[in-house]
Write a protein that binds this ligand. Structure first.
Ligand SMILES: *Cc1c(COP(=O)(O)O)cnc(C)c1O
Length: 394
């Protein structure tokens, strides 16, 4: 009888004297060691090697090294999402009884974690306005250990007093954690400017194509890095090799996407400001932005790809705009290679009361645009058409 081959045994990967130019995708969860002594060497740091996927894998390390170079650091860790990077940082570095001072316009889920989830584990927080140094200082208590801020707020694009906050954190012995997702290291080199921990949602501008969910965390102090790493491995926040590979591919064009989308954003901000349907435009590069001067210093002229504008009308005007521009996805994200529209009142800030939204300056006619890399003339045309439809409402 025909003897069946052992199909379960893996076939050796072919040798080649020429090397693949593209980073190989390595989905293996397990790595075989030659013997127990070799495994000891690995675990005790005498030899470099992988063991088990949740503890790390080559595709995550390649991606981490690329983002490390952008931030000017070393030893960054890629996680399964931006939120897992926030989670691992807080749970890795803090204990019950500790207190956080956070910006009051942080990413919605970060705010939820601080106000609803962390208190169940004994970690409390106070939120304050990061554009107001005195307010942030006043929020510090004797148990404050960490300050979590974003450089540019969503959706009003206010600019945090990063110089003041960095000094304040250092003077008061607080761990300064900067979520640098909106700005990217090209808009604000957070690590270079003194952040103790830098976080990114790689999902957004870095990966740039809305097809992976990933995060990144970089810690200056090796003991803190280890605490964050162990939390990632224990809680299972490790990314998938495929997602890392995709994000790496996206990052090769980051430089060009950054330049193009930022130039488009500046041009779009000027173009829509002229339109009769628009009551105001918020863009840090415009002289009428409330933090324009600070943006010049903090962002060093890199004003970013986000533009917020308000229609003169309310919800009806907002509905007319999205319906007149089906080619501009109305989607709760940012950083895609194409332009996307977000309507904070119905998405990111829907959980707030209308009074609270008004306090933050969020109206029913407000849109936040994540400007992409389209030819700028097409972008102008799309917005003119959509805004004309709003004007036609009367
Ligand atoms: C999207 C976002 C996050 C969360 O990232 P995910 O990858 O969606 O988990 C955190 N911070 C900011 C500023 C974000 O925009």
């Amino acid at each position: 009888m025909f003897r069946r081959p052992n199909l379960v045994r893996r076939t050796p990967f072919p040798d080649s004297v020429s090397r693949a130019v593209v980073t190989p995708l390595q989905p293996s969860v397990v790595y075989a060691s030659p013997d127990p002594n070799a495994l000891d060497d690995q675990y005790e740091g005498r030899a470099k090697g992988y063991t088990y996927g949740r503890e790390g894998h080559p595709n995550a390390d390649v991606l981490a090294q690329m983002i490390d170079r952008m931030e000017g650091g070393a030893g960054g860790i890629v996680t399964g999402s931006g939120m897992s990077a926030v989670t691992a940082t807080i749970l890795g570095l803090l204990s019950a009884g500790d207190h956080i001072v956070g910006g009051n316009q942080l990413y919605g889920r970060s705010l939820r974690m601080m106000t609803q989830d962390l208190p169940r584990w004994g970690i409390t927080s106070t939120l304050a306005d990061p554009t107001d140094l005195a307010a942030m200082e006043a929020a510090i208590t004797p148990t404050t250990k960490l300050m979590l801020v974003e450089v540019v707020s969503n959706p009003t694009l206010r600019i945090a007093d990063m110089e003041g906050l960095t000094r304040l954190a250092r003077d008061r012995g607080l761990i300064l954690v900067v979520d640098n997702t909106f700005t990217t290291p090209y808009g604000y080199p957070a690590f270079e400017r003194g952040a103790d921990v830098v976080i990114h949602s790689v999902t957004k501008l870095m990966a740039g194509h809305s097809d992976v969910t990933l995060g990144y965390v970089l810690a200056r102090d090796p003991a803190r890095r280890k605490a964050i790493y162990d939390t990632i491995v224990t809680l299972g926040l490790t990314p998938s090799p495929w997602d890392c590979w995709m994000a790496e591919r996206g990052l090769y064009s980051f430089d060009m996407r950054h330049e193009r989308s930022q130039a488009n954003a500046a041009a779009l901000a000027e173009a829509i400001a002229e339109h009769p349907a628009v009551s105001s435009v918020l863009y840090p590069g415009r002289a009428d932005h409330p933090d324009h001067n600070r943006a010049g210093a903090v962002l060093d002229g890199q004003f970013g790809n986000m533009v917020t504008f308000c229609l003169k009308g309310g919800r009806d005007a907002a509905v007319a705009l999205t319906r007149a521009a089906p080619q501009l996805p109305f989607a709760p994200t940012l950083g895609d290679i194409g332009t996307t529209l977000s309507h904070p009142a119905s998405s990111s800030h829907r959980g707030l009361t209308p009074e609270k939204r008004a306090e933050l300056g969020i109206t029913e006619g407000m849109f936040r645009v994540s400007v992409g890399c389209e030819p700028v003339a097409l972008l102008r045309e799309d917005f003119t058409t959509a805004l004309d439809a709003v004007s036609a409402l009367g």
